[in-house]
Design a protein around this ligand. Structure first.
Ligand code: ADP
Length: 627
């Protein structure tokens, strides 16, 4: 028989499994049992629509068989089974799996992360077995096949008789070593523990032959050992259990196993709705964004069960986009088993469930924000952008629902605060909510434009994410307080007297300012003197709706159209540089042109804008230095 090679991608995952020192390798049993359960689900689901499939519901089960002599552990299901082609496709390759791409991108990472993060299903068997056999018969076929592999150098498939439809997976356990004990997986005690830890909720009985001692017939003191079949799992899905009887560990194990996360969830939402529509839901807010969360391929959705049958793995209708990070399960008996994607969209029960879940999630988040702010910050770090995007998206349709979930860094508190907190702490004479944008908190802190606002003891929100300003502009105001970018030229913080004084200096110097503007050749809308800078000589502000940060974001998008903010160059009226500029205006206009270019370049650099002509500027600076 010819040995076939694993696809190269699978081979690498296999290597990883075989040489794994993953301390959690016991999860292999959970993976195989959940595959078995899925296979039974598939067969059962098929039988609902296909009259040719006759199954006895009561006979659906998973068996665990142990042979201590041969050191084998078998998992046997009477589910849908696999054809020869299925064996080839499902077990011969790990299709372009996320785990592999991740592994390639993060080479050198410990295997712990990737196994835990993605769960490699069937292949995890190789963490404990030196050889694996899969004997399977597909429900639609008379033929059955044996797939066998002893690891990385390939696998074989041959015809082999099997009476019952379904799959038998046999693991030939690795030999024990000084550090590693694989024999424990042959012990009833270990198997019982693993089943109850990870697979208790599976809907089909997981059965195993166990030894019990009982009184001998006709005797009241002599015991004998009898063998009998025992069901190891309670079969009640976790979401149907009384929530007061569920431990945190149970929730965590369920979540990490089912949703392939290596970290426990940040929040568990276990809820029931009774009424016209009834459902039970078990939802989780992950503690970190999945590796693919912020890319297009990420699919939101909740698992949807009806009458105990999984009818959809990712029902997206149940979650709004801004809560797309939520994972979980919804179980409602009000839905039809053969509901299709199309009818689902218009189903009134589905709509009601979605609405009710949205309210639940919202309230839980608000609750976390109020009662466990540290945790909320963690949440916001992972998924805040999604909430902000929700505010901005669809022309702000959902902004009012979401605005209270927003938090931003506050310059006075030096921590995150809500908009509500900001407004409540506003100074008496303060009319707007001030914000500043930049790459990092530290960089914003140094921005000249924030000086004037801080001088007034007003709080400034520091925005470091590209969606921030778009979200705030969509909100326009919070509690009737307008949002204002500190870099906006119309900031208007001065007293009437100061304003008049400033107007006067600008008028007195208007020829100089016009000269500088002309020297900059249309780059700025205006050059003016300002009293708002304390230490800095110059800064840039903007006129109109587009700020410098927005210009950066918009121009980074892949379109040909470039958008430019309307820039204003402001010069500190109290800085010595002004005197120098004035004297050059009188004596040496050529040099003044060079100065104009240099101070404008400085202002751009402070804003994080790049120079269009760095060589020219560098030459000018050298020229000036050599004078
Ligand atoms: P996953 O379960 O995440 O798809 P696995 O590597 O565990 O990945 O399994 C690959 C595929 O092999 C499954 O999707 C399923 O189609 C098939 N499979 C695995 N175990 C069984 C089984 N016991 N019965 C039928 N099909 C199975």
């Amino acid at each position: 028989m010819k040995k076939k090679e694993f696809k190269s991608s699978s081979k690498r995952v296999l290597d990883l499994m075989i040489n794994s020192i993953y301390t959690n390798r016991e999860i292999f049993l959970r993976e195989l049992l959940s595959n078995a359960s899925d296979a039974i689900d598939k067969l059962y689901y098929q039988s609902l629509t296909d009259k040719n499939i006759a199954i006895e519901k009561d006979e659906l089960r998973i068996l665990i068989e142990v042979d201590k002599e041969k050191r084998t552990l078998s998992i046997i299901d009477n589910g849908c089974g696999m054809s020869e082609k299925d064996l080839e496709e499902n077990l011969g390759t790990i299709a372009e799996s996320g785990s592999l791409r991740f592994k390639e991108e993060n080479d050198g990472q410990k295997d712990v992360d990737i196994i835990g993060q993605f769960g490699v299903g069937f292949y995890s068997a190789f963490m404990v077995a030196k050889k694996v056999e899969v004997l399977s018969r597909n429900y639609a076929s008379e033929e059955s096949y044996l797939w066998a592999s002893d690891g990385a150098d390939g696998y074989t498939i041959e015809k082999k008789a099997k009476e019952e439809v379904g799959t038998k997976i046999t693991l030939y356990l690795k030999d024990d070593t000084e550090d590693d004990n694989f024999s424990e997986y042959l012990e009833e005690y270990t198997i019982r523990n693993l089943v109850s830890k990870y697979s208790d909720y599976l809907r089909y009985p997981i059965m195993m032959e166990v030894e019990n001692s009982q009184l001998k017939d006709g005797s009241d003191s002599e015991y004998e050992t009898v063998k009998e079949m025992a069901t190891l799992n309670s079969m009640v899905p976790l979401w149907k259990k009384d929530k007061n009887k569920i431990t945190e560990d149970e929730y965590n194990n369920f979540y990490t196993g089912k949703f392939m996360d290596y970290e426990n969830p940040l929040k568990v939402i276990h809820t029931t709705m009774e009424g016209l529509t009834t459902y039970k839901a078990l939802l989780f807010i992950p503690s970190h964004a999945p590796y693919d969360y912020y890319i297009k391929e990420y699919k939101k959705g909740l698992q949807l069960y009806t009458n105990g049958v999984l009818i959809m793995d990712k029902c997206e209708e149940l979650l709004p986009d801004y809560y797309s990070f939520v994972k979980g399960i919804v179980d409602s008996d009000d839905l039809m088993l053969n509901i299709s994607r199309e009818t689902l969209q218009n189903d009134k029960h589905v709509k009601q469930i979605a609405k009710s879940l949205e309210t639940k999630i919202h309230n839980e988040l608000l609750d976390m924000l109020k009662n466990d702010f540290e945790k909320y910050k963690e949440f916001f770090k992972a998924f805040g952008n999604q909430i902000k995007f929700g505010v901005y998206n669809l022309y702000g349709m959902n902004k009012d629902k979401l605005k209270d979930l927003l938090i931003f860094y506050s310059s006075t508190k030096k921590d995150y605060i809500t908009l509500d907190e900001y407004v409540n702490n506003m100074k008496k004479d303060q009319t707007a909510i001030y914000y500043a944008c930049g790459e990092t908190i530290d960089k914003i802190d140094l921005m000249p434009q924030t000086e004037q606002v801080k001088k007034k003891k007003y709080d400034v929100l520091y925005l470091t994410d590209y969606v921030d300003e778009f979200a705030l502009q969509m909100l326009k105001e919070y509690n009737e307080k307008e949002f204002k970018n500190v870099s906006d030229e119309s900031l208007d913080l001065d007293s009437k007297k100061d304003k008049e004084k400033l107007k006067k200096v600008n008028e007195e110097n208007s020829e100089l300012l016009t000269f500088i503007k002309d020297a900059l050749d249309g780059e700025v809308e205006e050059v003016r003197l300002t009293n708002k800078l304390v230490n800095h000589p110059v800064c840039l502000t903007t006129q109109g709706a587009v700020s410098v940060e927005m210009q950066k974001v918009l121009n980074a998008m892949p379109t040909d159209e470039k958008i430019n903010a309307k820039l204003i160059l402001e010069i500190n009226e109290n800085h010595d540089i002004l005197n120098k500029l004035k004297s050059l205006f009188n004596d040496d206009k050529e040099t003044l042109k060079s100065y104009a270019k240099v101070i404008y370049s400085q202002a751009k650099l402070i804003e994080g804008l790049s120079l269009d002509n760095p060589t020219e500027i560098s030459n000018i600076i050298c020229e000036l230095l050599s004078k």
